[in-house]
Structures are given as C-alpha cells and as structure tokens.
Design a protein around this ligand. Structure first.
Ligand SMILES: [Zn+2]
Length: 298
C-alpha cells in the first residue's frame, strides 16, 4: 500500500519559561494523532545544516541564532528565549519541511508536522520563527530538481510577512496570504496576493474570500509545486486568532485549498504553522485533520 509521509521533529524540545505560552506540546499531540491515520507514515528527517539556512538568510542573522548572540529586544520580538536546544530544534524543524518537499516531488503529497515559520525574514526572525522553512526548502529544490513556479498558500491567521520578504524579488514564487486584518504582524511586507479578513469573520464570509482568492490563482500559474500553511489559528477557540471559524468551517477551508492544488496535480506539502487554541488538544485535532485531508489526495 502506498503511504503519504509526514515528518516530525517533536522529540527536539527546548526550555520555555513558565510564563511563556508557546504551545510546544502541540507538536507531539499532532504527531500522535497523525500516527493513527491509515495511509500515513510518520518519520523523522535529517536536520538541515547552517549552510542550508544561508541559502535564504543573511549571514549575520544565522551567526547570531547559531551562537546565541540575540539581544533582549530580538528575543522579545521572537517571543522565545534563546537556548542551544532552540537552535538545534530549528535545524530539525526545517529539515522536516525539506524532507516533506522531497517526498512530495515523488509522491504528490507530504506533510511537515511543524514548520510554516512565515515570520522569519531574510535578515531577522520574529513571532516564534527563526529560520524560514519553506524558503529553505524552495532554495534547496531550486538547486536540484525543481523548475517552474512555486505557490505558497498561507492560510495561517497571521500575515506571511517573512515569506513575502524572502521572495520579494523572485517572480517564480507566488506568495499568497489570507489573514486577520487587525492581527499581527502590524508592520507588514506585502506578497503577491494579500487578503485582509475582518475580525470575527465566520465560516461563510471566510470561505467566500478563500474562493475569490483561489479563483485568482490560475492567472499566476501554472505551478510546479505548492506549500499550504494550514494554520489552525482562524478557529473561534484560538487565543490569538480574532476570527470565528468553526471546526467544520476549517475542514471545508482545507478541502477547498487542497482540492484546488491537487485538482491540478501540483505536488503539495502541508505545514502546520500556528495554532494556539484552548484547549490545545482541539488545535492538535484541527492540524491532524488538515494532514489527513491532504493525504486523501496523495
Ligand atoms: Zn499564526
């Protein structure tokens, strides 16, 4: 039987102060759920190297996160405290996305049970994002087998400023973000298509905006590859979301986005991106469901 591969890095944890609410346990919870989905195999990937990260990021930023040279202000912008474990985890998390991209080229669909670190710019990281995993994966594919245009469809509730920054001068990567109008990041970098969603928008309004966005995509293609950032933070129970999507609404979002991509036979990597629900178990359910829906189209 053919299996879709999903790559995890949840064994690589890092210390968090008790006051920090980054949901580190989410990655294990999603992995445990995905392991129970028929047709999916969960694997661990090799970490990337720091040299791989330099394909995207400026040398000074990589030097600072490699050696723990961040200022207090930079740590505050990241929302994380530097540790050797955090640096190591970043290499493994990015490695999962790179491995998923390789698997998707062969199998059509693959997943990274993490990633979607879309606030990492070329020169600086913020918002829980140190290294831009999708950008590293695209640059590595460009140096080997991938030719043609790449789509980044970012449905995390926060605008994908880092993706837009990394590909600002690259016409072969189309960066699309559908996000909360009033939400972080408050200083933005515009991508190719940016759609602002008003606070408290529910399923119908959101899905109408998604349909409009998908209808515009063919004019930017054809695409040889796609990444979906399936953030769970548009959910009504999310602490940071400000939108009001229900669980069936999020599932329909994924069906439409994945359907658009796979109807065109475009190889697809699903990454998790954000998700800060209360309880976090529900967020893990949403994210595992996104991966399962993609696997159905593998
Ligand atoms: Zn987010």
């Amino acid at each position: 039987m053919h299996h879709v591969l999903a790559f995890t890095h949840d064994r690589w944890t890092f210390p968090l102060p008790p006051t920090n609410r980054f949901p580190q346990e989410k990655y294990r919870l999603v992995r445990e759920r995905v392991e129970r989905v028929p047709g999916i195999k969960v694997r661990e990937a090799a970490p990337i190297t720091w040299a791989d990260a330099l394909l995207v990021h400026e040398a000074e930023w990589i030097r600072r996160i490699r050696h723990g040279l961040l200022t207090r202000r930079e740590e505050a912008a990241l929302g994380l405290t530097w540790s050797p474990e955090l640096a190591e985890r970043t290499l493994h998390a990015t490695g999962s996305t790179v491995a998923a991209a390789q698997a998707a080229l062969e199998d059509g669909v693959a997943a990274a049970l993490g990633g979607g670190t879309h606030h990492a710019h070329r020169a600086v990281g913020r918002g829980y994002c140190l290294v831009n995993d999708v950008a590293v994966a695209i640059r590595l594919m460009r140096s080997s087998q991938l030719i043609g245009k790449c789509l980044i469809l970012d449905l995390d509730v926060h605008q994908g400023d880092g993706n837009a920054d990394c590909f600002a001068t690259d016409p072969d990567v189309v960066v699309v973000s559908l996000h909360g109008a009033q939400n972080y990041p408050f200083v933005r970098v515009s991508g190719d298509i940016d759609v602002d969603v008003p606070d408290r928008t529910g399923d119908d309004g959101y899905l109408a905006l998604l349909d409009d966005t998908l209808a515009r995509l063919d004019a930017h293609g054809p695409f040889a590859f796609a990444f979906l950032l399936a953030g769970a933070d548009p959910w009504e129970g999310d602490r940071l979301g400000r939108l009001s999507l229900t669980l069936p609404g999020l599932e329909e979002r994924d069906r439409r986005a994945i359907g658009w991509i796979r109807d065109r036979n475009i190889p697809l990597v699903v990454t998790l991106a954000g998700g800060y629900g209360e309880p976090i178990e529900t967020t893990a359910d949403i994210q595992a469901r996104s991966v399962a829906l993609a696997a159905e189209r593998g």
